[in-house]
Design a protein around this ligand. Structure first.
Ligand code: TMP
Ligand code: ASP
Length: 242
């Protein structure tokens, strides 16, 4: 990254740099992969580029459907320019199908199709291991106003409809995903972070039998396949379609 840009923040999968415009930032996608709150770590050459390209396309799709997001433009293969936001410390998970932690914490059987999407809220706090949190606890901690939380939940449901139907058209099932939101300098709520196989579960619908073929970070979490191969397949299908 060019020296004139100052590193503002480094997370597990991305670095955020200042931009000459005070209301913009430059976000660089790293090749690092982590799982289980970084207990498992690895580097995959080309992962940053794939997530950056995939995320840019999906943000463009959402913007075209009137979803307010931080995405402004792709700068190069592993960097985007985005609106500067103050990230709200919540992870909003939407589930269409029961899988992952939902099945470890409830009696729901894996692959149960949920009658309506389930929204699970988690506190974004590595020290506390991102605990599941309630609306009342969010209010108690003054994280955001109740009407802003309602707005975010509503936006997440709309995003699900857009992404679910898009992924279906490229023969992928959107099982669940995690979103993050933030406030821009004018206090508008924008979708932030990324949308990529790192934070979505995507199952291949091009299967004749009943086995689950994951094309997302579960291949790394469960050591069940090649991460670059899976992410490249997602990128290829998106580019063939858009
Ligand atoms: P879970 O079943 O482990 O709770 O994950 C639900 C979805 O959220 C899945 O698509 C992966 C995504 N996710 C993240 O993006 N970051 C996280 O830290 C976790 C735990 C899940
Ligand atoms: N994002 C989390 C981590 O970095 C966990 C996950 O995605 O499974 O460890």
């Amino acid at each position: 990254m060019n020296n004139k840009y100052k590193l503002i923040y480094e997370g597990k999968a991305k670095k955020v740099f200042s931009h000459e415009d005070a209301d913009k930032v430059i976000i660089e996608f790293k090749d690092d992969a982590t799982a289980f709150n970084a207990l498992k770590k690895a580097k995959f050459k080309g992962k940053g580029k794939l997530n950056c390209l995939i995320s840019a396309k999906l943000f463009e799709l959402l913007i075209n459907n009137n979803i307010p997001t931080h995405f402004l433009e792709l700068e190069n293969e592993n960097t985007i320019i985005a609106r500067k936001i103050k990230v709200i410390p919540l992870e909003i998970v939407l589930r269409n199908i029961a899988y992952g932690s939902l099945c470890k914490q409830t009696t729901l059987k894996p692959r149960t199709v949920l009658e309506k999407p389930l929204i699970d809220l988690y506190l974004k706090n590595d020290e506390l291991n991102d605990p599941l949190i309630t609306k009342d606890r969010i209010e108690l901690m003054n994280i955001l106003r109740s009407k802003d939380l309602d707005f975010i939940v509503d936006l997440t449901l709309k995003i699900n409809e857009i992404l679910k139907s898009f992924f279906k058209s490229i023969k992928l099932q959107l099982v669940d995903f995690k979103l993050e939101f933030g406030y821009d300098l004018k206090k508008n709520i924008l979708l932030g972070d990324e949308i990529s196989p790192d934070n979505c579960r995507l199952w291949d619908l091009n299967q004749n039998n009943d086995t689950i073929v994951s094309l997302d970070k579960d291949v790394f979490r469960n050591d069940s396949g090649g991460l670059i191969e899976a992410y490249s397949e997602i990128n290829r299908r998106i580019n063939d379609f858009i």
